[in-house]
Design a protein around this ligand. Structure first.
Ligand code: C6P
Length: 416
């Protein structure tokens, strides 16, 4: 990007903010400053309207009826799948499976592909900066299969230590499952390099993209990943709906995760045959309205442009790191270099507990997350049990980062 491009505003944050009704709310009498986007994002009118419109105009079950509403609901549901496939450049829509969230997508792979392919003596590789949803399924499977669970560790700078990688990912590795962007450190991990290493030894690569797909362009074909998981609620969409992308041949060979309606081609009193992809993995009446609203979220993000969104967040993150580093009472964890991280900044105060800091900021209308961020082993590796975290999205501004920094100083005054 050249300097002139740098000067061109990518989108007008005030225009974006106007699309989000909740941003007009007062919290404790103050303007809401919402900085908890890694937990979940707010929803634009466009997405809320898609939900309302579906229930007011189209509501019916999908893949089951010949009546008009059922056909329309089916078309809208499948169109949303196509939009999501296009968003991550999946080669065909049936490689996009609707799940409940990232956690379910990760569990689906552990309970099906890994259940069938991991055996005694094999190893599974994850990193030391995973969310619990990408640790516990593998711990459970490793114990059950008498396989080894290996960790790629991170240095105190929040960057993965890769010097020993050829010994960690070796010929006994069956799967590498890792986060693209850490929800605690903000680190953007070198997934391309690690995917190449995984494929060199014949292992499959699963990417937890919960914190990347909402924020940066992600192209599953260019990345050549085997599986990729994310949640709609972290990218302007509704809660209760997520995605598992998988390479067609892998998904096609996998056994179903759940049994029931729609995932069946034929049932006799003795036996059953599975439906084709993607339905094989979508037993029961799916989350139709939320899938359709996820398509609306994708439209909204595409309209802003994922390159623009990434650039906006990089700018905010660089600004926030500079402003927050000027507060001597704060210890920020994760890479110091803003270009190595996404819009997530976790920090500890030298005398105020994160929960107290979070409560103090809430009094000022500022929403951050505090706690272990569902990454207990990682947070504990910094010799603390909790951290405060600010995380950014398309509607956040530098002014709001100033509010955060002033709010921290104000809260310090309260506790002094
Ligand atoms: N992290 C956070 O505040 P679900 O809850 O299934 O939609 O997403 C789970 C998940 C998996 N991986 C990563 C990297 C994540 O960040 C999350 C969700 C939220 O950090 C809620 S704990």
């Amino acid at each position: 990007m050249n300097d002139i491009e740098n000067l061109i505003p990518t989108f007008d944050v005030e225009d974006v903010r106007a699309d989000f009704p909740i941003l007009n709310r007062k919290i404790n009498g103050m303007d809401l400053v919402y900085l908890d986007n890694a937990a979940t994002t707010q929803k634009p009118r466009h997405v809320i309207d898609a939900l309302t419109r579906y229930y007011e105009e189209t509501n019916a079950n999908v893949h089951r009826g010949v009546h008009t509403l059922s056909v329309e609901a089916t078309d809208a549901y499948e169109l949303a799948r196509e939009k999501v496939a296009g968003f991550i450049n999946a080669p065909r829509p049936e490689t996009v499976i609707w799940t409940r969230n990232t956690s379910e997508s990760l569990n689906l792979v552990a309970a099906t592909w890994a259940e069938e392919h991991v055996a005694k003596g094999d190893n599974i590789v994850i990193t030391a900066m995973e969310h619990h949803s990408n640790i516990v399924p593998w711990q459970q499977l490793a114990t059950k299969k008498q396989a080894e669970l290996r960790y790629i560790v991170a240095g105190k700078d929040g960057v993965l230590e890769l010097s020993n990688i050829s010994n960690i990912i070796d010929s006994n590795t069956k799967i590498v499952s890792m986060t693209h962007v850490s929800n605690v450190l903000g680190t953007v991990n070198p997934v391309d390099e690690l995917t190449r290493r995984a494929h060199q030894v014949g292992a499959v690569m699963l990417i937890d993209a919960a914190q990347s797909v909402p924020h940066m362009p992600v192209d599953v074909q260019a990345m050549d990943v085997d599986f990729l998981c994310f949640s709609a609620h972290k990218m302007l969409g509704p809660t209760g709906i997520g995605v598992l992308y998988g390479k067609y041949d892998l998904l096609n060979d996998m056994s179903p995760f759940m049994f029931g309606g729609d995932m069946i081609l034929e049932v006799t009193y003795e036996d059953a045959k599975w439906n084709d992809l993607p339905y094989k993995f979508e037993a029961g009446t799916p989350n139709i309205a939320d899938a359709i609203a996820t398509g609306a979220a994708v439209d909204y993000l595409n309209n802003l442009g994922m390159e623009n969104i990434w650039r906006h967040e990089q700018e905010l993150t660089a600004y926030a790191l500079a402003q927050m580093s000027a507060l001597p009472s704060l210890t920020i964890i994760g890479p110091k270099d803003p270009t190595l991280r996404g819009g997530v900044i976790s920090f500890m105060h030298d005398s105020i507990h994160p929960h107290d800091l979070g409560t103090g900021l809430d009094q000022l209308g500022i929403a951050i997350r505090t706690g272990h961020h569902c990454a207990m082993p990682l947070v504990r590796s910094y010799d603390v049990v909790a951290a405060a975290r600010a995380s950014f999205y398309i509607y956040n501004s530098k002014h709001e980062i100033d509010e955060l920094v002033n709010g921290i100083s104000e809260t310090e005054g309260y506790f002094a």
